[in-house]
Write a protein that binds this ligand. Sequence first.
Ligand SMILES: O=C(O)CCC(=O)C(=O)O
Ligand SMILES: [Fe+2]
Length: 231
Amino acid sequence: MPGNLEHHRITEVPDSAYYIPDFITESKEKSLLDKIYTAPIPKWTCLSNRRLQNWGGLPHPKGMVQEKVPDWLQFEDIFSEYGLFGSHAPNHILVNEYKPGQGIMPHKDGPLYFPTVATVSLGCQTVLNFYRNNMDIDQNTCNEFMFSFLLERRSLLVLREDMYINYLHGISDVEVDNISRESIKNSSLLGSKSLAQKVTKNDCFALPRDDTRVSITIRYVPKIIKFKFKT
Ligand SMILES: O=C(O)CCC(=O)C(=O)O
Ligand SMILES: [Fe+2]
């Protein structure tokens, strides 16, 4: 891993998570949101509690039939600089849209991807929670909450290794996040100094989600199906 990413490591958690505030400019944020919202309507998949766009193909255990990721969604230069996906360029992008009050259940991103995910947040901050699978007293599996990251708009989060493979992540479906100093592990890396102060000075405070958040999750799918067309 090139040294420059090391400055952004969230040292309070297991290997490896990195947080870069102000990863993109406000004008880049705006141009990405414009492109996302001018994508054709059928590009959106509506789930019960959020909408998403899938770019690059549908990952499948037998391999992904690759589609070109549009130029405006390519972050290749940046990722090759950090060496995030080994020598590969990302080839799969998921765009998730969350209105205030919407979230995503705890889950793992799973084995179809190279075990690294990079997430750019647009439009609004959120709190990403991490869990471990555990057994309860009746030997049922349950998710035990471990800690959280506060993701500011225009930030980049990278998860890999243990944080990708063994931890689940999710976002609560609330309109206001209750931020507790104890649980937020990236407070020293936040871009907004006033927010960082709030997190470190208060045991607990309420942070409303006052706008729609759009996340861009960037991954590499190693298993690709290549068709040979007869001419
Ligand atoms: O919106 C996010 O930050 C998380 C999205 C996510 O976990 C996923 O798409 O797998
Ligand atoms: Fe995920």
